[in-house]
Design a protein around this ligand. Structure first.
Ligand code: ZN
Length: 426
């Protein structure tokens, strides 16, 4: 989209920076082009790219003002400069632009459909820009591309209709990220640092986005260690039933570790691998000692709008010869959100096959369950993998090794990629 542009950095800025460096030999590290951008700031490379190419002009004194909100005029100007276009454009007329003063960036942005005025014919160039308006401008600039999935931020219902496709597309392309807790913050103001970062990601994409970019996955390592265990705490089995079951159960036990520990180890490995591949990961727990009950394990991914929840367990059996991997899936009349069943079963089948293939474990298939709190309270698709039997000496020995745990995790990754329909390039 961008062609190289030879806008020179204002000479005065360059000279001042060089002179300061020569004088002291050890000025505080700054991005080369601006006086107020620390070299180690998360946006430093983006600002450097935008400024050195002349797409964003620093102030006369060389300041970038990274933390200040960006205005509509500034964003339009940066997009226009990055296009390096001199196509003739019909002058746009806005009531708040001085007549006779050329404004080629605005004219071009109107012609390209990136901006409109308001219904009274005002451009509002000095207005700050909300995150939802920013992604809408970006989206129109990029040609109204179709997102692959629905928007999946925790506060999606607060995003204006016109901005839902833009937010979804920008997210899955890795152009915008959430602001924590999987929120988009649609009415938050875009800072000049964010403007530079987002535009730089579009203009100089660093290859294809990572495979799980835009995916929100919750990992729930089963059980926990808590002094509340054995004190009679109970969870409802379903939002549709008065039946309860014990909240804190210890799970099974292998030769060298408890199930709780194994689940946590595998859960953390899955978390790290998913993040490495670009996913937003929500963990129900990252330590052993925690008091989280079965309903709370669902509330978190429900509230943060995870796409899917993967619950991690290991099996035990009085018959110590039993071994193999299986995946439980939700079913039955107690399911609070029956619509999750189909997608859960689809993932369950993919996961048990993929983990069996990676590990060589016996494939015990999927096992539909109607009685699990973690299924019945879930509002998003969910599966529960039983990674193997800790009561089987041979399988337990494998389960407790790093290499076998990694194979389990890679199998889960394979199945999640397939479930999302993500093509793997390698
Ligand atoms: Zn368990």
């Amino acid at each position: 989209m961008a062609r190289f542009k030879s806008f020179a950095m204002p000479l005065r800025v360059l000279c001042a920076a060089l002179f300061a460096a020569l004088l002291t030999g050890a000025v505080p590290a700054r991005a080369a082009s601006c006086t107020d951008v620390p070299a180690d700031a998360w946006y430093a490379a983006a600002v450097e790219y935008m400024v050195s190419n002349g797409y964003i002009l620093p102030d006369a004194n060389g300041a970038f003002r990274p933390d200040e909100p960006a205005t509509r005029a500034e964003i339009v100007d940066a997009i226009w400069r990055s296009e390096d276009t001199d196509d003739p454009v019909e002058p746009a007329s806005f009531a708040d632009l001085a007549p006779g003063v050329p404004h080629p960036a605005v004219d071009w942005a109107v012609m390209r459909g990136i901006i409109n005025g308001d219904d009274k014919g005002y451009f509002h160039g000095e207005d700050f820009v909300t995150r939802q308006d920013f992604v809408s401008m970006i989206y129109r600039w990029c040609g109204w591309p179709a997102p692959r999935r629905d928007v999946n931020f925790a506060d999606s219902d607060q995003i204006a209709d016109y901005a839902t496709c833009p937010a979804a597309w920008c997210r899955e392309k890795g152009i915008v990220n959430g602001v924590g807790e999987n929120r988009f913050d649609p009415l938050g103001k875009v800072t000049r640092a964010q403007m530079a970062a987002v535009l730089a990601r579009i203009l100089e994409p660093y290859g294809e986005p990572l495979p799980f970019t835009g995916c929100v996955i919750c990992v729930d390592p089963g059980h926990c260690v808590t002094p509340l265990a054995g004190k009679g705490y109970r969870d409802p089995v379903s939002p549709l039933s008065d039946e309860t079951k014990a909240t804190y159960t210890t799970g099974t036990q292998g030769k060298g570790m408890t199930e709780e520990k194994l689940n946590l180890i595998i859960g953390l490995k899955l978390r790290d691998r998913l993040r490495e591949l670009g996913a937003t990961v929500i963990m129900t727990r990252e330590v052993s000692n925690i008091t989280i009950n079965g309903v709370q394990r669902c509330e978190l991914p429900n509230r943060l709008r995870a796409d899917v929840v993967v619950r991690i367990h290991a099996d035990g059996n009085d018959d110590r010869s039993v071994h193999g991997v299986c995946v439980m899936t939700p079913t039955g009349d107690l399911l609070g959100t029956p619509s999750i069943k189909e997608e859960s079963v689809r993932l369950g089948k993919l996961m048990v096959d993929a983990v069996a293939a990676r590990t060589g474990a016996k494939n015990r298939g999927i096992m539909p369950r109607y009685d699990l709190t973690g299924f019945n309270f879930s509002e998003v698709p969910t599966v529960l993998i039983e990674t193997g039997f800790m009561t089987n000496a041979a399988e337990d020995a494998l389960l407790e090794t790093d290499a076998y745990q990694n194979k389990i995790v890679e199998g889960m990754i394979d199945s999640l990629l397939q479930w999302y329909g993500i093509e793997q390039s390698s």
